[in-house]
Design a protein around this ligand. Sequence first.
Ligand SMILES: [Zn+2]
Length: 264
Amino acid sequence: MANNINSYISTLPVYQATTATAMPSAINLPEQSSQTQPLENGSAYVKSYVSPQINKTQLSKAQTQNDPVINQAISALKEVKFLPGDMEYMKKLGVNSIFDSGEDAAKLIKDRGIKVEFGPVDGPKVHAQWEENGNKIIINEKYKNTTDKAVILAISEAMIHEAGHAKDNDDLSSKQEEFDCLALNTLANRYHQQTYPEVFANAGNSAILNDGVGLYTKLFFDPDPDKKALKARIMEKYGTLDQESPNHPCSAGSLVSNLGTTNK
Ligand SMILES: [Zn+2]
């Protein structure tokens, strides 16, 4: 199975689960060996997350972040486990692995004292950005006070992308670095879609989903073996960037290795 990407894709349905509470039966959750608690749909997080009466005592674990939506997103980030085979799939596309899990990314945010906050970003289509100077991950302020659960999950997926930029300790980016970070939000989105099908079944039309994390899940797992739509999107968004940046080498077999660079 692992030798054939397309047959692998067909075993991991996306956007198919519609029941309100049941876990999709065909999904294998990651190995539990390093876990102290099993991942299940009835975890403490799920109960607080789906409750309309979320209160601050349920958010007490995120001590360094103050905004309640940011705190919920950090919790959602911490529980992300990459689905079995997903990282191998990404590596075959030429992705460099940055984190092993959402917990791994949340640990970097905590250990480095990175602030995560809502604020102005560089453009209306930017969902989140990393600011090396301020040691900050900025989430587009238009999502502040959102109560849309799919958007809160999407914010957590944007966080893992930006934490991926933060990890290399520079404010440079490149097509390969964006590719590596886009893989992270895709891996996190895949986990959340399979863990919270009811949330995605009821998701609204927010841009952070449809033109952000949800879109990249479709593009990375496009049945087209050449991933032409993903390449076109990367050129549209990141075409002016260099091919590689420190800690983000571009292998000859990487999907982004032959895209060229548009005029700066
Ligand atoms: Zn990026």
